[in-house]
Design a protein around this ligand. Structure first.
Ligand SMILES: Cc1cc2nc3c(=O)[nH]c(=O)nc-3n(C[C@H](O)[C@H](O)[C@H](O)COP(=O)(O)O)c2cc1C
Length: 209
């Protein structure tokens, strides 16, 4: 009787120890939270949101150049920098692009469009395979730079939709070798769009998937 009790208590202790170990290993980690709150760059990253509502105020040429400059600072495969950026501030051109577009309202309301394009004449066959990743990195830099200047921006997808690529190429008269990745809308935010909390600790894997 005594022996079986002892066995039972050893078994329970082992089970508890085991489960607390398991809990510890899979415990959601929050260790990055303090740095997230302190660091200005990380704060901007978390503040960024897609802004689709703008007030009627023009973004200056200086601001637009600063954010495209941030785009050009992005990393690229073999440092090819295979991009071209078309900035559209002309109201008529914007309206022409908005025609027939389901997002016409926000296109007309924003202050500027930035068409982020891949240039198929830059780099070599190896680097060109990465053009969309390179241009995506530039796009994210632009979105973050806009946020940091108190502006609002949204990435609207073009590539790889064949129909959308055709429309953007036609409306903006892009040459054959130029493929638009996306059109970024930029403006002064109305203040209604808010960032989302996307932190999912269970998607973070340490050393072992
Ligand atoms: C490749 C890509 C294409 C997108 N296309 C559109 C679009 O056409 N229209 C739009 O309003 N938002 C578009 N978005 C923005 C996403 O809807 C937005 O990033 C997502 O809902 C998360 O919201 P957040 O940016 O506020 O964090 C696109 C984003 C990406 C990365």
């Amino acid at each position: 009787m005594k022996l079986s009790k002892l066995f039972l208590s050893v078994a329970i202790t082992a089970l508890l120890a085991n489960s607390s170990y398991a809990q510890e290993a899979s415990k959601p980690t929050n260790e990055g939270k303090d740095l997230t709150a302190l660091n200005e760059t990380i704060k901007t990253i978390h503040q960024r949101k897609s802004v689709r509502n703008y007030i009627d105020k023009e973004v200056s040429k200086e601001q637009l150049e600063a954010i495209v400059r941030a785009g050009m600072a992005a990393p690229t495969a073999i440092n090819a920098q295979p991009w071209q950026f078309l900035v559209v501030t002309d109201k008529e051109l914007k309206a022409k692009y908005a025609e027939g577009n389901r997002q016409a309202d926000m296109i007309n309301k924003c202050s500027a469009l930035i068409v982020v394009c891949g240039d198929m004449t830059i780099g070599n066959e190896r680097s060109r395979a990465y053009w969309d990743q390179d241009c995506s990195a530039a796009t994210e830099n632009i979105l973050l730079a806009a946020e940091s200047l108190g502006l609002g921006a949204v990435w609207t997808g073009v590539f790889p939709g064949e129909e959308r690529i055709k429309i953007v190429k036609e409306r903006f008269g892009l040459p054959e070798n130029i493929i638009p990745l996306c059109v970024i809308l930029v403006g002064y935010p109305e203040g209604t769009d808010q960032p989302k909390d996307k932190w999912k600790p269970e998607r973070l894997h340490w050393n072992k998937y």
